[in-house]
Design a binder for this molecule. Structure first.
Ligand SMILES: *Cc1c(COP(=O)(O)O)cnc(C)c1O
Length: 300
C-alpha cells in the first residue's frame, strides 16, 4: 500500500495562449499527486473523522456511497493505511459485475453492504452494523459535514495562497468548498463548479458549514457545467480532457476536475474574470474514476 506523499504536491502554472490573451494566470494545486486512490480532497475531508474515531477508541469506520464513489474507495484505502475496519454501505442492488471502484475498495479490505435506494435515502444502518454496538464511527456520504470541512481548510497550506485572486474547485457535497471559503483571504473569491444537475440545495448545504461571519465572505457556486449530470459526459468534455492533457501534461477526470477545468477556461474566455486575475484551480484528484470509461476514451 503506497503511503500518502504530501511532498509530491506541486503548483503547476498552466501556459496557454488563451490565458495570455486575457491577461489571466492559472495555476493548478496538484492534490492528485498525494496518492493514486486517497486523492487529495478525499484525504483532507477524511482526516479529522479518522482522528476522532481514534480518540473515541473506535476501530470500525462506516460510510455511504454509490458504486463509482471516490469517497468509498478513498475511505477503504485510508482504513487499510491507518488500521481501521471499514464498511461501505452502497446505494442500490449489487450489480453482477462490480464497478472498478468497488473492486478496488474490496481489495483494500472494505466490507460492502448493498442496500435498497429507499433505505439508503434515510441512511438506515443495516443490522450487521448496528450489532457491532458503539464501536462504529459513521462518516457521512462524501465526508459531508463540519469535520470534513475542517480538514479541507488545510488544502491551501500547500501553496502561497496570498498569490491568488480566485480559488476554483469542483463541488459535489460542497464540503471541500466550505473548507476553502473558511481558509480564503478577504480579497479572494472562491468559485465552485457544481458537477450535479440542478442541485439547488448546494448553496444551503455550503452555508450550513459556514459561520455567519464566513457566510459574508466572497464565494459563488456556478451551475451550468454539469454536462448532463453527475458522472455524465459528452464528446465535448472528453475531447477537452484529452486536449488539455496534450497541452499541459496534467491528467484530469471526467466526473469532477474535467468539468471544473473546462468551466474555468470557459469563464475566462467569456471575461468573467477581470484582466490581471490570478486563478488557483484545486486539482482534487478523482483519477481512479476514469477507469469506468470505455478503454481508449482517454489518451492517458
Ligand atoms: C469528491 C470529489 C469532489 C467533491 O468534493 P465535495 O467536498 O464533495 O464537494 C471534487 N473533486 C473530486 C476529484 C472528488 O473526488
Amino acid at each position: 500500500m503506497q503511503p500518502l506523499s504530501f511532498e509530491s504536491i506541486t503548483v503547476d502554472e498552466v501556459d496557454l495562449a488563451q490565458l495570455k490573451e486575457k491577461n489571466t494566470r492559472l495555476a493548478v494545486l496538484r492534490l492528485d499527486k498525494i496518492h493514486p486512490v486517497i486523492s487529495g480532497n478525499k484525504w483532507f475531508k477524511l482526516k479529522y473523522y479518522l482522528a476522532d474515531a481514534k480518540v473515541e477508541g473506535k476501530d470500525h469506520i462506516t460510510t455511504f456511497g454509490g458504486a463509482y464513489s471516490n469517497h468509498i474507495v478513498a475511505t477503504a484505502a485510508a482504513g487499510k493505511l491507518f488500521g481501521f475496519k471499514v464498511t461501505g454501505i452502497i446505494r442500490g442492488e449489487q450489480a453482477k459485475k462490480l464497478s472498478p471502484t468497488l473492486l478496488q475498495a474490496i481489495k483494500y479490505g472494505m466490507d460492502l453492504v448493498f442496500i435498497g435506494r429507499e433505505d439508503y435515502h434515510t441512511k438506515k444502518l443495516p443490522p450487521e452494523i448496528i450489532d457491532n454496538g458503539d464501536k462504529v464511527h459513521i462518516v457521512n456520504e462524501g465526508g459531508f459535514g463540519i469535520i470534513g470541512a475542517k480538514g479541507a481548510t488545510e488544502i491551501l497550506n500547500f501553496c502561497q495562497k496570498e498569490n491568488y485572486s480566485h480559488i476554483a474547485c469542483a463541488v459535489g457535497t460542497s464540503t471541500m468548498m466550505a473548507g476553502l471559503v473558511k481558509a480564503s483571504l478577504p480579497q479572494q473569491e472562491v468559485i465552485g463548479i457544481s458537477v450535479l444537475k440542478n442541485n439547488t440545495s448546494l448553496e444551503k448545504d455550503l452555508c450550513s458549514l459556514l459561520s455567519p461571519e464566513e457566510q459574508k465572505k466572497r464565494f459563488q457556486i456556478i451551475h451550468g457545467y454539469h454536462f448532463g449530470g453527475y458522472a455524465k459526459y459528452t464528446h465535448l468534455l472528453i475531447n477537452f480532457i484529452n486536449k488539455f492533457y496534450t497541452n499541459t501534461a496534467i491528467p484530469i477526470d471526467f466526473v469532477y476536475t474535467g468539468k471544473l477545468f473546462y468551466a474555468v477556461l470557459d469563464l475566462i474566455k467569456n471575461n468573467l474574470f477581470p484582466g490581471g486575475s490570478n486563478v488557483l484551480i484545486i486539482h482534487s484528484g478523482g483519477l481512479q474514476g476514469n477507469l469506468s470509461l470505455p478503454k481508449g476514451t482517454l489518451i492517458f
